[in-house]
Design a protein around this ligand. Structure first.
Ligand code: 5HM
Length: 322
């Protein structure tokens, strides 16, 4: 068990890299792995790694978590934040496995809103052991040459000792790359559900069929393991109320920024109806728009960002920001 993701990341990476049980090549990709892997994080809000060699992409992390929460499955959206995403799409328009949002909010033919069902269940029976958001489903294996099979089986919530614990169950997790964005998004989902249920965030458990590292990442992994985490910030906590309304307003801005239909100055961000926590994320999306479209970075926005977000932007895009 670990206090924060920062300490979990280093320990798990070290464990898989130096103490792997199997060396193999699933789908032809050389890797090392441990199976039936499990760890927990005591403070799930502390969901980022500060390793300078790993260069956490805080903009992608928020974009992916919000992609899930808005039920979006479009490739256009997520490939704006990560150029590799088109490699996983079968039709060039949507992602079927990785786009967990459409599974959470419109599952299958019945278009099930699993989020609402789980929330209602926990309100009715706080001790419930049925509060599962299902992600992977068997039909994914029936698609020939499927490029994108969900790695996450599901997320299970528990109210225990009056706090919201969550277990993420994954069939497979990349201990170097995928884990960083997965733990970020899943703990963000946990925090939002905790706000919805008016209970504090409890513990986060990460339970994985195969935890692995791909061979081409080996050299980079050794650099990350040699580099101590130098920074210590406290990741901000989500406000106690009104978050869905904030998310919808934020995502209206996000779409216009992504399509380059608007540019925002700090005054406009402050004048929005967003509360400061969500304004900060809008500011991050605004800075990213400037990076993506090769515009000059608005230093006023940058200066108004919290130090933790300034740190991540500077670490990831030093040449653009300075
Ligand atoms: O061959 P397979 O479908 O398992 O390859 C998917 C790879 O992406 C695995 O290495 C898996 O661990 C990684 N992955 C991840 O770590 C994929 C997704 C997308 O569902 C994810 N985390 N969220």
């Amino acid at each position: 068990t670990y206090e924060t993701f920062d300490s979990a990341y280093r320990a798990v990476l070290n464990d898989i890299y130096n103490h792997a049980d199997f060396f193999n090549q699933p789908r032809g990709f050389q890797s090392r792995e441990k199976i039936a892997y499990h760890f927990s994080i005591q403070q799930p809000v502390q969901r980022v790694s500060y390793n300078q060699k790993r260069k956490c992409n805080i903009v992608f992390n928020f974009a992916e978590a919000l992609w899930y929460l808005t039920g979006n499955n479009s490739l256009d959206y997520i490939s704006y934040y990560n150029k590799k995403m088109p490699d996983y799409s079968m039709d060039g328009h949507i992602l079927t496995g990785t786009a967990y949002g459409s599974k959470l909010f419109n599952l299958g033919d019945q278009q099930l809103n699993q989020w609402q069902n789980v929330k209602a269940l926990l309100i009715k029976d706080p001790d419930s052991k049925r509060a599962v958001l299902q992600i992977f489903d068997g039909s994914e294996l029936a698609i020939p040459n499927n490029l994108d099979v969900s790695c996450t089986l599901g997320l299970q919530f528990f109210i225990r000792d009056k706090q919201l614990d969550m277990i993420a169950y994954m069939r497979a997790n990349d201990a170097f790359r995928g884990i960083v964005s997965d733990v970020f998004s899943f703990t963000f989902i946990q925090e939002l559900m905790a706000r919805e249920l008016h209970v504090p965030v409890g513990k986060y458990y990460h339970s994985v069929g195969t935890m692995h590292i791909y061979e081409p990442d080996n050299v980079w992994v050794t650099h990350v393991l040699e580099t101590p985490s130098d920074a210590r910030f406290t990741f901000p906590e989500m406000p106690l109320e009104n978050n869905w309304e904030m998310i919808h307003q934020l995502m209206d801005y996000e779409e216009k920024l992504r399509k380059n239909e608007i540019t925002l100055h700090w005054q406009a961000i402050q004048a929005s109806n967003l509360t400061p926590y969500w304004q900060q994320i809008l500011a991050l999306f605004s800075i990213y728009q400037m990076i993506y479209y090769h515009k000059k970075i608005d230093q006023t926005i940058f200066c108004h960002l919290m130090p933790i977000y300034q740190y991540f932007l500077l670490n990831k895009w030093p040449n653009n920001i300075n």
